[in-house]
Design a protein around this ligand. Structure first.
Ligand SMILES: [Zn+2]
Length: 366
């Protein structure tokens, strides 16, 4: 998942068969058309980012920011927007869903409105975006979320929003696993390495953000997306299964030989080499994309189910060893991250309530 301005830097490093791009930003549609014209075999879709602009309501779960202001979308308006994406050669259409909050009152009316309207779309080329507050992953709300995802006629792309990393919130890592195991056509969007945990546990696919702001959901608030700060290089350190600022790596490796990388961008060079120059920030991103697809190729080579989960558990065990090794070599306090700890725990069972009704509720309409 990448802003239209960075898409062309990332594109050469995206494998045609197993990769693809989710484009955000003002020129996403134009960029989508250009890329699909040049590389028709590459999967490219666009995300209007309505969830960063507006909160969904029962009456208006979908909407779009336009040059003339905010536009609420009924089913025909929604169809028009989705057709527009396909006219710009998007591989499939993605609903411009607004942000689905959770005020912890167990009211799932907005969630239901999203799925109810989406189910009125008579088309087979659409993914329904569900940008949700992380509270939906809490034990008390998870069944309601799972029930709506399973009721959807289209595949669902889930975005988890929190201030900071949603996967660090209580119950979220296990909730997400349960969701992936219980909902057969779920995709995780706007995420980080959680993509691999989700796919190991049954998610259809995932979209990992190229920049930190695209690695988790953002609640709508005035002035979002202002940006403007100078980018600094961040790299995925595959051995640690973590993103780190290069400055942090430079501190760690100040007195010992730095770790190197054998990806097609680095070709054996040190991970500490990236400076804050524009070219280096781009190269750091390209390295990260290569490493993500390297991990993905390994995942893709395993059989879904126990073998895939076993592969992922081994990656996590290796990461734990590398954290220990690095801490001892550099004599630094290097805590094993909370998220990775959570992923090392055993898998929770699939959700028992999903898709079932108590006998007195009567048969379910199909
Ligand atoms: Zn590299």
């Amino acid at each position: 998942m990448v802003n239209d301005r960075s898409a062309l830097y990332v594109l050469p490093h995206v494998p045609a068969r197993t990769g693809g791009l989710v484009l955000t930003g003002a020129a996403a549609a134009v960029t989508c058309r250009e890329i699909r014209n040049a590389r028709p075999e590459t999967v490219v879709v666009t995300d209007h980012g309505s969830h960063t602009e507006q909160i969904a309501t029962v009456d208006a779960p979908f909407g779009l920011k336009t040059r003339w202001g905010w536009r609420e979308l009924d089913v025909s308006g929604l169809n028009e927007v989705l057709d527009g994406q396909r006219d710009n050669k998007a591989s499939c259409a993605v609903t411009p869903t607004c942000f689905i909050p959770n005020d912890r009152t167990a009211d799932d009316a907005v969630l239901k409105a999203v799925i109810h309207q989406a189910n009125q779309l008579r088309r087979q080329d659409t993914v329904v975006l569900m940008p949700c507050s992380w509270h939906w992953l809490e034990r008390s709300h998870l069944s309601a979320l799972a029930e709506q995802i399973r009721a959807c006629r289209h595949p669902v792309a889930l975005i988890l929003q929190a201030d900071g990393d949603p996967l660090e919130r209580a119950q979220v890592p296990e909730g997400l696993r349960q969701l992936c195991r219980s909902c057969p056509r779920l995709v995780l969007w706007r995420t980080d390495l959680a993509a691999f945990d989700a796919m190991a546990h049954g998610a259809l696919g995932a979209a990992v953000g190229a920049s930190a702001v695209l690695r988790h959901g953002v609640a709508p608030r005035p002035g979002n997306g202002g940006g403007g700060h100078k980018p600094y290089p961040v790299v995925l350190v595959r051995r640690l299964l973590r993103y780190h600022r290069v400055a942090t790596l430079q501190d760690w490796f100040a007195h010992i030989a730095p770790w190197t990388c054998d990806c097609a961008v680095c070709r054996g060079a040190a991970l500490t080499r990236f400076t804050g120059s524009d070219a280096d920030v781009v190269a750091a991103l390209q390295h990260t994309v290569r490493e993500l697809y390297g991990l993905h190729a390994e995942l893709d080579a395993t059989l879904p189910g126990d073998e895939r989960i076993g592969w992922w558990r081994q990656q996590l065990a290796d990461a734990w060893e590398y954290h220990r090794l690095l801490a001892s070599q550099t004599d630094t306090e290097l805590a094993f991250p909370k998220v990775l700890q959570a992923w090392r725990r055993p898998c929770p069972p699939a959700l028992p309530m999903v898709g079932r009704r108590r006998a007195q509720d009567g048969p379910r309409p199909s």
